[in-house]
Design a protein around this ligand. Sequence first.
Ligand SMILES: Nc1ncnc2c1ncn2[C@@H]1O[C@H](COP(=O)(O)OP(=O)(O)OP(=O)(O)O)[C@@H](O)[C@H]1O
Ligand SMILES: [Mg+2]
Length: 331
Amino acid sequence: MSHLHEPHVGPEPIVRVSCVRHTYPDKTSVHLCGLDFVVDAGQRVVVLGPNGCGKSTLLYHILGLLRPQEGEVSVFGVDPARHFSKIRERVGVLLQNADEQIIAPTVWDDVSFSPRNYGYTAAEVDAKVRFALRRMGIEHLSHKVCHYLSGGEKRKVALAGALVLEPELLVLDEPFEGLDPASRGEMVELLDRLNREHGVSLVVATHDVQLVAPLADKVYVLKAGGEIVAQGPPSDIFQDPDLLRATNIEPPVLAELFQRLEQAGHPLGRPQSPEAAAERLVRWMATERDRAAAAVATALRDEHRRTGSMPSPDATDRVAAPIPPADPARS
Ligand SMILES: Nc1ncnc2c1ncn2[C@@H]1O[C@H](COP(=O)(O)OP(=O)(O)OP(=O)(O)O)[C@@H](O)[C@H]1O
Ligand SMILES: [Mg+2]
């Protein structure tokens, strides 16, 4: 995790936002400074921060919807506020409010909007739209009137529209809001597949910490006012739940649990998934049990030496026996 400005090494990043300030008409000022916001090709980057800290403002600058009053923004080597038309086809967008971006009357009209406007043939448009709808699992909504869609359905339609031209970079503002758990899981899986199989880079704004570990290669943490206070892989960011609490983000339950265990003298690291946590706890319990068994064996041997009595043959086995399941009546 880094708290300092670092010189960038390697190929030029596809997105860089350096110390941008935007003051809205009512004088609310968002200063996206502290660390540079950098996305390398093929990276999955999550922007994490509490409500109102400036996540959407950051994304608007990447999309050229806002022009910085201070600082610099570069996307695919151009200033998006001036030349977004040059990179439009390379960037897919999901705005926080799907209603703002669904413009056509029916789902089909909406998802086909970009390919129709980029001069593809009718057959190509048809194939692209079908593919995008299938990817989002919403082919059955194709002829539905957008206005009557549920919130979650609208989000999926908007994302189908963002994917339809197969962009290199997806900029997604709170893509999981309003989705049920199954749809969230599917969305994480889809984004992961787009990244792995098609090399699509991701910038995802969210305040849902539980989805960060499965989704991010790199996390940026923003605090109120827009300051970018930390960046790093999720395992580093969640190493320090206090940093998240200080920025008004509830740390993931697993990070909190393993921090408490560490404070209680059991440093077991920071597993990122329930599977990894369960495996680590089971291993730890086995080690503790072996240690207890060894201690009992030593004590019995010492006692035997002292008194000359024979230790019971199964005394240590009893200690090393499997831990019985908890009595459900007592839990
Ligand atoms: N058009 C606007 N006019 C005035 N203030 C605005 C405008 N848009 C955003 N703001 C203010 O700028 C700050 C940052 O807003 P932004 O929408 O970027 O936050 P956010 O991190 O995306 O929040 P959320 O998690 O709620 O989506 C907030 O204080 C907000 O009230
Ligand atoms: Mg927002």
